[in-house]
Ligand binder design. Structure first.
Ligand SMILES: C[S@@+](CC[C@H](N)C(=O)[O-])C[C@H]1O[C@@H](n2cnc3c(N)ncnc32)[C@H](O)[C@@H]1O
Length: 278
């Protein structure tokens, strides 16, 4: 592992994650021997909008039965299980955080989706997949941690089949206004690589993708965070976040993201692109 990969693993991959979440599930009354994706909803979608936004983007990306999907930065597998369990896709998750890959595989096995969703530990900058292997390349809230973005977009283009779809949901830069740290994806600037939305749009076109849909979700995201931070007043959301991240400062980190959205430093974009057919 290089220094960057070690830092990402340190930020996300606090040891004992599966055990911490199963402990919380047991406390909440879930039956671990008959676990369902619904039991995991509060824990396994690590992006703004949670399960609802995964479902919305799945429809936008045209994900249907049998589509082969690559989820880049798959986290602990919530989106992959949703795409597999609800939309019938065959999903490969790719993530650099070993503890997340272990947790993703363990929960997927538990809910009986292991034949439809599998997880690979590796980097978005050097994907361990053959050219033209997927119908859809999907990513949610991972790119903010990924430094060589052009390289990642070229990898996405390479592994997509001609006519395939690229679906992105992430935070992008909106102005020169500085972002205050810590935020949810980084304790400080050293592992934060937010790129301006204008740059991302231009870069994707230069790599060869064709834009199909571009939606600014900033207002929705501010309202979503306001509700979360409000709810965390009763300890529920904050304790889930603490279990996931091992950090106890959820309100501060979520508050800095919300402020960044309000100040116009960052924006949340959901966007769909296509790899042209030959
Ligand atoms: C905020 S989480 C989002 C997880 C998931 N997409 C979701 O929405 O539930 C960001 C994820 O990106 C992963 N990640 C960061 N840098 C990566 C890289 N270079 N290659 C692959 N995954 C990476 C992290 O390990 C983490 O799981």
């Amino acid at each position: 592992m290089n220094n960057y990969e070690t830092s990402i693993n340190k930020h996300y991959g606090k040891a004992g994650l599966f055990e911490r979440i199963t402990g919380m599930l047991t406390d909440a009354g879930a039956d671990l021997d008959a676990l369902t994706c619904d039991d995991l909803t509060a824990y396994d979608e690590l992006h703004i909008g949670g399960r609802g936004e995964t479902r919305n983007m799945a429809k936008l990306a045209g994900i249907t039965e049998g589509k082969e999907v690559l989820d880049v930065g798959s986290g602990i597998g919530g989106p992959a299980r949703t795409l597999a369990g609800e939309f019938g896709a065959k999903v490969s998750g790719l993530d650099i955080t070993e503890e997340f890959c272990r947790t993703a595989s363990a929960f997927t096995e538990r809910v009986g989706l292991a034949d439809k969703a599998s997880f690979h530990c590796g980097s978005a900058l050097e994907m361990p997949f053959e050219d033209e292997s997927f119908d859809v390349v999907w990513t949610q809230f991972a790119a903010m941690n990924i430094p060589e973005r052009s390289k990642m977009y070229r990898e996405m283009f390479r592994v997509l089949r001609p006519g395939g779809t690229l679906a992105i949901h992430e935070i992008m830069g909106a102005s020169d206004t500085p972002l205050k740290f810590p935020v949810l994806w980084a304790g400080d600037e050293s592992i934060s690589f937010v790129r301006p939305a204008t740059w991302v749009r231009k870069e994707l076109a230069e790599v060869g993708f064709t834009e199909k849909f571009w939606n600014d979700m900033t207002d929705f995201s501010i309202r979503w965070f306001e509700k979360k931070v409000e709810v965390s007043g009763d300890g529920k959301v904050a304790s889930v976040s603490t279990a996931l991240s091992g950090e106890s400062n959820f309100s501060e980190r979520a508050g800095n993201v919300t402020q960044g959205l309000r100040d116009g430093a960052i924006t949340v974009i959901q966007t769909i692109w296509e790899k042209p057919t030959r």
